[in-house]
Structures are given as structure tokens and as C-alpha cells.
Design a protein around this ligand. Structure first.
Ligand code: ADP
Ligand code: MG
Length: 649
């Protein structure tokens, strides 16, 4: 099941100064959060939610990591897909939890801590080869932006491959060899993110940031064959969960405003549909975020949601809605699976390329073995006794030296020959000139070859260095004592987790078996106990009733919002339609209509080019391919072309 934890940040100085009351109580031992309505009628009980773990204001970043995150990252290292979401109102600590205060070791969040974890794991591994790469992207107003790309104006597209699932076309990724390199990638993306926005706070509250780490590991299995496992880790800092203020408040047109939290509301709908049990259709396709993270919700990934909360009374409504959201997510069931030997791994590609480069270098006589042979050959020609212990090493260090020696020898030989020609008085000067030119050319060729070989060798070394092998390419520098400490910390975290699970279990069982355990000595006692029980159940009933009322109110609110949005859009549509009817000649309009088609892959309406470019475009036209069985009215066509896609209304 999806793992859900809640985390409450400390009161901010501002909140304290303003004298807000605290409405959240956390029971860390039990994993429970209680929230009290500041406007509660007397006698109204606080609402209580139970999660896999809760973290109060005094919790450390390392607590959350060791207890909750570490096991997930370990799974990713074994080839599972993993996702961590931070969900909550703006200003409750999503970014603090995911990223943290980067410069202070104590305050580092999940993302930088996972870097350390991953590379330490690799350095301690044995007989395994790893390739680690990272990408960083953002979804803003339903557009995907590659935070690592040079060209920031380019919008990326989601594509679907029947074998590998949904992916982002042309998303850049960087192979990283160590913590420093991957940190650099993270910083690069974060910079791009903040540069593109005038108000970072507002921007981040309206966009989703996803840091993606792909870890490929190859190992020889018991069958003697080499197997590659691939683990993908999505680290997601979601947009603020607060309901966007009424449209237009930020100056957007209704269309833009309705897109802002589309991905977030789609996420809610997907979760609802997943836990409903009766839904046959899960609306993953309704937003970029849900499409991209389909695996993480009801799919084959292991997923953690961190619900972040503010403790003060002014955020009561949002905190309650966050708690409800998280509570629903708890019931999602995933079916985690190791990705073994998938097609198209970069690791395999690298391995093959390395073999190819190595073969090329060998052909050029640049690697130890071949070099020895050629040196032996040369010596045999010279008629001198060969010394066998020369150029024995076959590793990269030897490579460079071998190459240098070889080229030097060759060059010297050519120069000698050149000098010999010059000194040879038996040759006619014309002939001499020709021979000299030939030699010059040979020297030039040699130089070119040298350059090409150097290039090849550099490439070979660069590629080989990217494949990480524990103990060889990266060494673990932690000492034994620290390792022991780490282990102890993990054990404690594990124990805490088990204790909490047991407590939760006991609480549940208590309620169930209360009846069975009770024996009554007298009628009087039976009445007393049953009255007490009745009272308890009555309170529970009231709580459920209040919950239903709350949900109903929420539903009405959302519905009103949607109706308003719809009205807005209909009005805009009518205006556009009016313009079309009155200002565009009918034949022009028909021409435009006929050129319209729906591109299912890009999920939007498009125009066909005026001059058809072969048959390929024509094939896309039939509307049945789009999924609309009934013919589309002209009105609807315009509606969709205007961007008010029926699904978004
Ligand atoms: P969000 O990303 O959800 O909008 P931030 O992560 O930016 O929120 O947090 C808002 C502020 O609260 C920041 O100044 C952050 O340092 C602080 N903060 C959040 N969570 C904690 C925490 N657990 N402990 C201490 N400070 C926190
Ligand atoms: Mg943030």
C-alpha cells in the first residue's frame, strides 16, 4: 500500500507574533494527528487521523529519512521504481522536506540525503556495475519544462510507448559519477527554476517540480548471465494544495487559471477513483502529472506521500483538507515489481560502446596486449633479443603510455628515414623530393591518426569512468565506527516503526474485543458499561455525521467553482463564436473547420497544413481515432479548438 506520513512544521515567528492558537496535536508514538476546529461548538471533539508515521515540529530531517525514506531508496537500488510526493499547503514545508536548507548538513532534505545514500551504497557494493543519471523537470500550467536544457523555451511532450510506458520526449539527463556531480545537476535545475520566475514563492506554489534519478545496475546472476535491473526514483515537490483563489485574481484569463491546479485536482481524482473500488476508469490521462506518475499510483512503484501541515489555527481548513487527502491516499494499493532486463538500458549501451571503443583501440595497437606483440615484432625485425617484461599492464594507465611510446617510435622512425633520404646522394633530386614529400605525408597522417586515437582513448576513458564499480571507481571513505553508527540508527528507526505498528494494531483490536472481554457481575454493572459504550458509539456517530456534512460542504464548494469556471468559459466561447459568425466568411470558416484534427499523442487539436504533405497527415483525420464515437458538431469543434476541451470543463 501507499505509505503516507504527516509532518507538521514549527509555528513560524509571524504566527507566534500574531498569537495564533495551535490546532494540531501529534502523537508520534501512535502515528496520529488530531486537529481541533478553532470555531468548534462546545463539546465538539477533535478529528483524528492515523498514518504510517507522523513527524512533529521537533523532528529532524534524518528521522524522516531513516525511518521512512531509506527503505524506499534501498528498494530503488534493487531495481524497484519509487516515488516520494510532498503534498500540502504553500508554506508548510514541502520544499523543506524534499530539498531542505541545502548548505547546512543537519537541514538537508530527502533529495540531497538520497544522493549520499545512493553513492555510498554503490561504493560498498561488490561485483556490480552501476550507472546513475538524473533529470529535473517542472510542470507549470500543464506545460513540461526541462530544467536542465539549454533552450528553456522548448516545451516537452509526453509520449507513450507500449513497452516502456509513458515518457517525456527529449528530456535531458546527466550521467553522474558521484555526489558532487549529482548535486551540481540539482543546483543547475534549481537555478533555472528560480531564474524563470519573478516571484519564486508564487511560482513554486503553482508548479510541480520533479527530480528524477535513474539507477541501472548490472550483475552476473546465478545462471552465469549478466542481468540489468533499473530503478527509477521520482522526487516530487507538488504545487501548493490550497484552493486557488477565484479566477482572475492573479490577472490570468479563465483558461489559464483553470489550468493552474489541473494536475493537482487530477491527482485527487485519480486517488479517489483508485480507492473507490467501484471505478473501472482511472483518469490518469486528465493531466500531465498523473500521466507521468501513473506507475506510482496503483502501479508497479513503491510510493510515499509526505503530507505537510501548518500547526496554527488560520490554516485549519487547509490542514484538514490535506489530512483528508492523505487519509484517502492511504488506501491505494500498488504492486511493486523489480524491473529486470528491460529493453534499451543506457548501461547496456555504454557497455557495448566501451567494448567497441576498446576493440578499435586494440586495432590501432593502443592497448597493452597488442602493443606487446607489435613491439616484439619490431624487435624481431631488428634482430635484437626481446625483453618480455615491457608494457605488461593492460589497464588504462598503460594505455596512455603505450600510445605515447608507439607514436614516438613511429615518428622517430619516419624522421630517421627522412634524414636518410636527404643524405642519400645516389638519388636524383626530383626523386628525392618525391620521397621526402611522401614521408612528410606519412608524418602528417601519423599525426592525424594520433589525434584520432587520442580522441578515441579519451572517449573510452570517459565512458568507462561513468560505470561505477564499488571499491574501484568509487571508494567509501566512511570509517568502521561511522558505519556502525549508521547501522544502529537504522536499527532504531526500524524498531520505532515496528512499535508504532504494534500500538496501532493494539488500539484497533481493543475496540473490537471490548465486548468479548466484558463479563458482568450484576445487572447494574451491565447497564453502566453498556451506557458508557453507547455514549462512545454515539460520539463516533456524531463525528461521522460531521464528517459527512464537511464532505458535502466541500463538494458543494468545488461544484460551485466548477460551475463558475464553466460559465466563464461558455461566455468566452460565445463571444468567439459570435466573432466567427459575424466576421469570418462561411467558406473560410468551413475551410478552417475541415483542417482541424485531434492529435491524440499530444492531446490537443491541431490544424492540418494547407497543402497536405503526403498521406500521413490524412490518416490522422478520422475523428474515431480520437475516441469520440459520435460526430462532432461544428459548435463543439470550435469549442475544442478554442481550448475549452470538454474534458477540462
Ligand atoms: P512549501 O515548500 O510547502 O511552500 P517551505 O518548505 O518553503 O514550504 O517552508 C516554509 C518555511 O517553513 C521555510 O522557511 C522553512 O524553512 C520552514 N520550515 C518548513 N518545515 C520546517 C521544519 N520541519 N522545521 C523547521 N522549519 C521548517
Ligand atoms: Mg515550496
Amino acid at each position: 500500500a501507499l505509505k503516507v506520513v504527516a509532518r507538521c512544521r514549527p509555528m513560524s515567528r509571524k504566527e507566534e507574533a500574531a498569537g495564533y492558537e495551535r490546532v494540531l496535536e501529534l502523537d508520534v508514538k501512535l502515528g496520529q494527528v488530531s486537529i481541533r476546529n478553532p470555531r468548534a461548538a462546545p463539546g465538539e471533539l477533535p478529528k483524528t487521523f492515523t498514518f504510517d508515521a507522523v513527524y512533529d515540529a521537533s523532528s529532524k530531517q534524518a528521522d524522516l529519512y531513516d525511518e521512512t525514506v531509506r527503505p524506499l531508496i534501498d528498494s530503488v537500488l534493487q531495481g524497484f521504481n519509487g516515488t516520494i510526493f510532498a503534498y500540502g499547503q504553500t508554506g508548510t514545508g514541502k520544499t523543506y522536506t524534499m530539498q531542505g536548507a541545502w548548505a547546512e548538513p543537519e537541514k538537508r532534505g530527502i533529495i540531497p540525503m538520497s544522493f549520499e545514500h545512493i553513492f555510498t551504497h554503490i561504493s560498498r557494493s561488490q561485483n556490480q556495475q552501476y550507472l546513475v543519471r538524473a533529470s529535473y523537470l517542472e510542470i507549470y500550467q500543464e506545460e513540461i519544462r526541462d530544467l536542465l536544457a539549454k533552450d528553456q523555451s522548448k516545451k516537452l511532450e509526453l509520449k507513450e510507448n507500449p513497452e516502456t510506458g509513458v515518457y517525456i520526449k527529449d528530456l535531458s539527463s546527466f550521467v553522474t559519477k558521484n555526489v558532487k556531480e549529482i548535486e551540481h545537476v540539482m543546483n543547475l535545475g534549481s537555478q533555472t527554476r528560480s531564474v524563470g520566475s519573478t516571484n519564486m514563492n508564487e511560482h513554486s506554489s503553482r508548479s510541480h517540480a520533479i527530480f528524477l534519478i535513474t539507477i541501472e545496475c548490472s550483475e552476473t546472476g546465478p545462471d552465469g548471465e549478466e542481468h540489468i535491473r533499473v530503478g527509477k526514483l521520482n522526487l516530487v515537490d507538488l504545487a501548493g494544495s490550497e484552493r486557488q483563489s477565484k479566477m482572475g485574481a492573479h490577472g490570468e484569463r479563465p483558461k489559464e487559471a483553470s489550468k493552474i491546479n489541473l494536475s493537482l485536482s487530477a491527482l485527487g481524482n485519480v486517488i479517489s477513483a483508485l480507492v473507490d473500488g467501484k471505478s473501472t476508469h482511472i483518469p490518469y490521462r486528465d493531466s500531465k502529472l498523473t500521466r507521468l506518475l501513473q506507475d506510482s499510483l496503483g502501479g508497479n512503484a513503491k510510493t510515499i506521500m509526505v503530507a505537510t501541515l501548518g500547526p496554527a489555527s488560520h490554516s485549519y481548513d487547509e490542514s484538514l483538507s490535506t489530512l483528508r487527502f492523505a487519509n484517502r491516499a492511504k488506501n491505494i494499493k500498488n504492486k511493486p515489481r523489480v524491473n529486470e532486463d528491460p529493453k534499451d538500458t543506457l548501461l547496456r549501451e555504454f557497455q557495448e560502446e566501451i567494448v567497441r571503443l576498446k576493440a578499435q583501440l586494440e586495432k590501432r595497437g593502443m592497448l597493452g596486449k597488442k602493443r606487446r606483440r607489435s613491439s616484439r615484432r619490431k624487435k624481431a625485425v631488428d634482430g635484437e633479443s626481446a625483453t618480455e617484461n615491457e608494457g605488461e599492464d593492460d589497464n588504462e594507465d598503460g594505455l596512455e603510455k603505450n600510445m605515447e611510446n608507439y607514436l614516438k617510435e613511429q615518428k622517430e622512425r619516419l624522421e630517421e628515414e627522412k634524414a636518410a633520404i636527404q643524405d642519400d646522394h645516389s638519388l636524383v633530386s626530383e626523386e628525392k623530393q618525391k620521397l621526402l614529400q611522401e614521408k612528410e605525408k606519412m608524418i602528417e597522417d601519423l599525426r592525424k591518426e594520433q589525434e584520432a586515437t587520442e580522441l578515441l582513448a579519451t572517449k573510452y576513458k570517459a565512458m568507462e569512468s561513468k560505470l561505477l564499480i564499488g571499491g574501484r571507481t568509487i571508494v567509501d571513505h566512511t570509517n568502521e565506527q561511522q558505519k556502525m553508527l549508521e547501522l544502529k540508527r537504522q536499527e532504531i528507526a526500524e524498531q520505532k516503526r515496528r512499535e508504532r505498528e504494534m500500538q496501532q494494531e493494539m488500539l484497533l483490536r481493543d475496540e473490537e474485543t471490548m465486548e468479548l472481554r466484558e463479563t458482568y457481575t450484576s445487572l447494574q454493572q451491565e447497564v453502566e458499561i453498556k451506557t458508557k459504550k453507547l455514549k462512545k458509539l454515539y460520539a463516533k456517530l456524531q463525528a461521522v455525521k460531521a464528517e459527512i456534512q464537511d464532505q458535502h460542504d466541500e463538494y458543494i464548494r468545488v461544484r460551485q467553482d466548477l460551475e463558475e469556471a464553466q460559465n466563464e468559459q461558455t461566455r468566452e466561447l460565445k463571444l468567439k463564436y459570435l466573432i466567427i459568425e459575424n466576421f469570418i466568411p462561411p467558406e473560410e470558416k468551413n475551410k478552417i473547420m475541415n483542417r482541424l484534427y485531434f492529435d491524440g499523442e499530444e492531446d490537443q487539436w491541431k490544424f492540418q497544413p494547407l497543402v497536405p504533405t503526403g498521406g500521413s497527415q490524412m490518416k490522422k483525420r478520422p475523428t474515431s481515432a480520437v475516441g469520440y464515437k459520435r460526430p462532432i458538431s461544428q459548435y463543439a469543434r470550435v469549442a475544442m479548438a478554442m481550448g475549452s476541451h470538454p474534458r477540462y470543463r
